[in-house]
Design a binder for this molecule. Structure first.
Ligand code: GUN
Length: 296
């Protein structure tokens, strides 16, 4: 029997609806409107699409959206000055600098200049450290979305063996920390791991975030495991451009107990969690109770 397909689109819509409810309550009861500032440097077409989608969904959730589009030649000093202004702006509760940045800019320095309380990406070194030590942090959006879907599917994750394939700062490492925080036994594997297949076969939860099209195949999955596919890879099939994940859906879905598809799985959760983080940051900034179920 084929595994259950986890509908990330529907799940993300439900998260956005909960965020919109929380935003409406903030506005009605406290006269506060959460604001998200997105900074885009340069004209990368994929980034422009992301930023446009973020702006639309921010407004749909009832929040204020501030877009700052800068030329590809923007200097480091000018970008840092903009971030300083956004840090000081009380109508801005969340700041996101779209990555990747042009090569002449120091992305680590830029991210670490963002006020950690407004760092809705969870990339600031303070938030990374807080997550790693179990302190209240802003948590990266994509792994937060994966965690929400896993909690929804399983209830408690305690004692499960989770294998995360991928060690990026944006997904793999924070994902592993979050699963550890939910009392999983966690293995981090990556492109250089020896005998990856047998390690993956030990997983009750398998998170693929390695950026290689369809590299996780059915023979690498324990029957009944939950498989979360974070990959978004553009490939050409039969002369047509297609999006595929890091998981070979055709061979894995008959083995898995549950699986997220690509597209329509993890992808839509990322912006939903960005909105959730902005609401959380706004509540924390005003000393108000945080919405339930939208944080780690
Ligand atoms: N570029 C691709 N994904 C992301 C993300 O989650 N955050 C930021 N800031 N840039 C990205």
């Amino acid at each position: 029997m084929a595994g259950q397909v986890i509908d990330g689109k529907a799940f993300a819509a439900a998260v956005r609806a909960r965020v919109a409810q929380g935003v409406a309550r903030l506005r009605e009861e406290h006269g506060v409107v959460p604001g998200l500032a997105v900074v885009l440097v340069g004209e990368d077409p994929a980034s422009e699409v992301y930023v446009r989608n973020k702006g639309v969904q921010t407004v749909e959730a009832g929040m204020a959206s501030f877009e700052h589009k800068l030329s590809a030649e923007t200097s480091q000093a000018d970008l840092l000055a903009l971030i300083a202004r956004l840090n000081a702006d009380r109508s801005v509760h969340g700041i996101l600098v779209q990555l990747p940045l042009p090569a002449h800019l120091n992305a680590d320095l830029v991210i670490n200049t963002i006020d950690p309380a407004k760092d809705v990406d969870g990339f600031h070194i303070l938030n990374v450290g807080r997550l790693g030590t179990g302190q209240k942090a802003m948590v990266p959006c994509t792994p937060l979305g994966c965690l929400m879907m896993l909690r929804d599917h399983h209830g408690s994750l305690a004692g499960m063996h989770a294998v995360v394939v991928g060690r990026s700062n944006i997904v793999g490492k924070p994902m592993a920390q979050l699963l550890l925080g939910d009392s999983c036994t966690v293995t981090i594997a990556h492109s250089r791991t020896k005998d990856l297949a047998s390690i993956c076969r030990g997983a009750d939860i398998l998170v693929a975030a390695v950026g290689r099209a369809e590299m996780i195949t059915g023979d690498m999955v324990k029957p009944g495991a939950t498989v979360i596919d974070v990959g978004i890879n553009r490939v050409e099939r039969d002369g047509k451009a297609r999006l595929v994940g890091d998981v070979d859906f055709a061979s894995v879905s008959p083995v898995a107990g549950a699986i997220t598809p690509v597209p329509g799985g993890v992808g839509p959760m990322t912006i939903a969690c960005l909105l959730a983080n902005t609401l959380t940051a706004c509540c924390r900034a005003h000393g108000l109770p945080e919405p339930e179920g939208l944080t780690a």
